[in-house]
Design a protein around this ligand. Structure first.
Ligand code: NI
Ligand code: MN
Length: 224
């Protein structure tokens, strides 16, 4: 398995012949080093979406129309299914979906979730992926919350955490959340895409290290 950061909250994962994309915000994402066309050519098999906001879901249908399966909340799966996604799996928070490449558990997130046209997207979520013995938590957009300790109890190898502030937790809360999540590695996401979420990821790395955690900011296009 290998995992590439594409800026904002977007990740690309290769697991055997499977090609996964998380939170597909490609067009209009100034940090994504690849064009939509280039990513469509990778043959994405599965698209996972944490919540309906445009900066997490806007290009989902482009991949779905090329055959990718959508995996998200019940409401998001229904909405994209009604707009041309042929294969859409809707899960509920606390539920786990099993797939040929591994499994995904939807976790709570403290945020909101509506499509750009105003359609309700269900509750916002985070994702815990279990792939080839690795447990990866993608927090989606969220505030820090106490039940993160329940997610930490699963035993996390990697936590992908928003640090942008304004729409999600900022650096100080993201570092505090490490005390609950206790991942082997933390990677900051959801920053520097737009002026309101400008942050210095090196400050997150330093502060995490001072708290006894290992954090690495990955450049867009870099592999985790
Ligand atoms: Ni959002
Ligand atoms: Mn967002």
């Amino acid at each position: 398995m290998r995992m590439q950061y594409l800026g904002h909250s977007v990740f690309y994962l290769e697991v055997g012949e499977h090609r996964l994309l998380i939170d597909p915000f490609i067009e209009g994402n100034p940090l994504c080093p690849f064009s939509l066309k280039e990513l469509l050519e990778r043959g994405i098999s599965d698209v996972l979406i944490t919540h309906a906001h445009g900066d997490h879901s806007s290009n989902a249908l482009d991949f779905a129309k090329r055959g990718a399966q959508i995996i998200s909340t019940f409401e998001i799966a229904n909405y994209l299914g009604a707009h041309g996604a042929e294969h859409a799996v809707g899960l509920g928070i606390g539920g786990r979906g099993h797939f040929p490449w591994g499994s995904v558990l939807l976790t709570p997130a403290w945020h909101s979730s509506s499509f750009p046209d105003g359609t309700y997207g269900g509750m916002p979520t985070g994702l815990v992926l279990e792939i080839e013995g690795q447990r990866i938590y993608h927090a989606g957009d969220t505030a820090r919350f106490g039940d993160m300790h329940l997610i930490g109890e699963l035993g996390l190898d990697i936590a992908l955490l928003p640090i942008g502030d304004h729409f999600t937790m900022g650096i100080a809360d993201a570092v505090e959340s490490l005390n609950l999540l206790r991942p082997k590695l933390a990677v900051p996401i959801h920053y520097n895409t737009f002026p309101p979420i400008a942050q210095d990821p090196a400050e997150f790395e330093r502060s995490a290290h001072l708290h006894g955690f290992h954090a690495v900011a990955v450049k867009p296009g870099g592999w985790v």
